[in-house]
Design a protein around this ligand. Structure first.
Ligand code: G4P
Ligand code: NA
Ligand code: NA
Length: 193
């Protein structure tokens, strides 16, 4: 097990409905030492990619992205979620469905902060069905930029997002891939990587 898998075993809580709660270290209270290790690991895994910007999505992606960005020496742009239909200004927009919240959001990034010159590393905390990521990919594409890689903290391997994204040919690295969880015993099964 790597450091993140170990932490999930120690402090993650398996909930009914295939939900893994990691709010004591990842997406509510945040363990910055852990994020720093994640940054170091992403830097190692994406050492061959030429990255000049990190793009993530609010809210939980932002903290991780900021610490990861220290390891790449690049700025972070976070996509904003908005339910309003009349968004003004010069923005890239993608429609994103939320599995957990059962709603649709528009995800927006100002055209000022993404262009065809950008070589982007996408960062997020979770990958489940991949709708959030597909939205971010669409936004980078609209800008004419390049997605050089995708770094995820926890991938839920039993949902289809990871497969979809890899089949599209993206360099996707997930620090922990959860292939199964048992709410009765609290057991988490990780994919060997
Ligand atoms: P998808 O983008 O991969 O399709 O994700 P999905 O709609 O399935 O998930 C919606 C939200 O729920 C995402 O956050 C995602 O990070 C989160 N999520 C999915 N599965 C789990 C899980 O097992 N545990 C936890 N803790 N979170 C999970 P969000 O609500 O869109 O954003 P945020 O504001 O929380 O960052
Ligand atoms: Na997220
Ligand atoms: Na989340």
């Amino acid at each position: 097990m790597n450091f993140l898998e170990e932490r999930i075993v120690k402090d993650g809580v398996v909930k009914k409905g295939n939900v893994l709660k990691v709010d004591s270290f990842l997406n509510h209270q945040m363990d910055i030492e852990l994020f720093d290790k994640m940054g170091e690991e992403f830097k190692r895994r994406f050492a061959n990619e030429n990255i000049n910007k990190i793009v993530t999505i609010e809210a939980s992606g932002i903290g991780i992205a900021c610490i990861v960005a220290r390891h790449f020496g690049v700025p972070v742009v976070f996509a904003k979620k908005s339910q309003s239909i009349n968004i003004d200004g010069d923005v890239y927009i993608a429609e994103v469905e939320s599995f957990t919240h059962k709603c649709k959001n528009q995800v927006i990034v100002s055209k000022k902060f993404l262009s065809a010159d950008d070589h982007v590393l996408l960062i997020d905390d979770f990958l489940a069905n991949g709708y959030a990521l597909q939205g971010l990919i669409s936004i980078v594409q609209q800008a004419g930029g390049t997605v050089e890689g995708i770094g995820i903290a926890i991938e839920k391997g039993f949902q289809y997002g990871g497969r979809t994204i890899r089949n599209l040919g993206y360099h996707l690295e997930s620090l922990a891939i959860v292939d199964g969880m048992d709410p009765e015993t609290g057991e988490v099964i990780f994919r060997e990587q």
